[in-house]
Design a protein around this ligand. Structure first.
Ligand code: ADP
Ligand code: ZN
Length: 317
């Protein structure tokens, strides 16, 4: 802690669970895991938890929400602050920013879970000092956030790196599990894809299982695409699938170097060892992502959505 870090609240909202936390910088004062059920029950339970912590630790200056998507991130559009077209039952068009803005009356930071994690890795973890950094998660889904000069990249919507189409490994006939695209990256290399390919739970697939030949070849295609399009200084890969599997990271770098064929100056297997890495923050990359978003909302003025009697509106917009 620097001593200047302000108290922030964060919510990492995932498809099966949410993590709520209160932190100063990367120092977590309190955190809790809350199951993701219906929007009403989940958001209420998260808010109650944060309120209870605040009575012990003091009021947070801002709140960050790092959520599963797709999300409305364009402040000029009516769907700003919403989860938009998710296939998750009951969650389509769920208002998040407005809900928590009304409840807490503080600036709200809002972005994808992976953009938050990218920001946290850039601020406190493995991507410090990197002008262009990417965080990818390979878990139940595959997703990626891109941070340039310390800010998450948005445009028309937000990056959807998990749904890139990659060249298939020679002889890989697996149809893929993405409900939208079949054999996009997520369809080929996510935890459920590995389970469908092997008939095994991901965690019980050994590092020497043949499935990794295709999975690593296809993930390397995505790495090569990202290196060629964005020229990142770091690609941080989190999520359950590659957690604690350093030998697979080595294979991934080897494959990636092979695909690039020595064309890009400075990228070879050796330099990739420092470029494609596990999260410096480990499993806290996601939750601390919400805190990083809260800090940015405080510093840059996230929207304050409503005033309440206890929390007079601060003009942060
Ligand atoms: P989520 O993506 O749901 O937030 P995780 O990142 O932990 O959560 O990913 C869960 C997925 O990763 C599941 O599909 C699970 O089977 C798979 N998984 C978890 N641990 C491992 C492991 N050690 N090896 C391979 N796959 C794993
Ligand atoms: Zn897809």
């Amino acid at each position: 802690m620097t001593g200047q870090d302000r108290l922030m609240a964060g919510i990492e909202l995932g498809g099966t669970k949410a993590i709520a936390l209160l932190a100063r910088g990367r120092d977590v004062l309190a955190s809790a895991r809350i199951p993701t059920t219906t929007p009403d029950a989940t958001l209420q339970a998260i808010g109650d938890r944060i309120e209870a912590w605040q009575s012990e630790h003091g009021r947070a200056h801002a709140l960050g929400i790092a959520s599963f998507g797709p999300l409305g991130l364009d402040r000029s559009r009516p769907d700003y602050g919403h989860i938009t077209s998710t296939p998750k039952p009951g969650w389509r068009q769920t208002e998040l920013v407005r809900h928590f803005g009304m409840r807490f009356g503080v600036p709200i930071g809002f972005d994808t879970d992976v953009a938050g994690a990218a920001l946290a890795e850039h601020r406190w973890g493995a991507a410090q000092g990197c002008d262009v950094a990417i965080y990818m998660t390979i878990g139940t889904g595959v997703g990626g956030g891109i941070v340039v000069d310390g800010r998450p990249v948005h445009g028309l919507v937000h990056p959807e790196l998990g749904h890139l189409r990659v060249r298939r490994a020679t002889g890989d006939g697996f149809a893929g599990v993405c409900p939208f695209h079949g054999d996009c990256l997520e369809g080929l290399v996510s935890g459920p894809a590995i389970a469908a390919r092997t008939g095994l739970d991901g965690a019980s697939v050994g590092n020497d299982h043949a499935v990794w030949n295709d999975v690593m070849a296809e993930l390397a295609e995505a790495m090569a695409m990202l290196l060629l399009t964005l020229s990142p200084r770091r690609i941080v890969i989190g999520g359950g699938v590659l957690q604690q599997r350093s030998s697979l990271f080595e294979r991934l770098r080897q494959r990636t170097a092979g695909l690039l064929g020595g064309y890009v100056a400075g990228i070879d297997e050796d330099s990739l060892a420092a470029l494609i890495v596990p999260p410096g923050l480990g499993a806290m990359a996601g939750p601390l992502g919400a805190i990083a978003l809260a800090e940015d909302a405080w510093n840059g003025g996230g929207p304050v959505v409503a005033a309440t009697a206890q929390n007079p509106l601060q003009n942060h917009i």
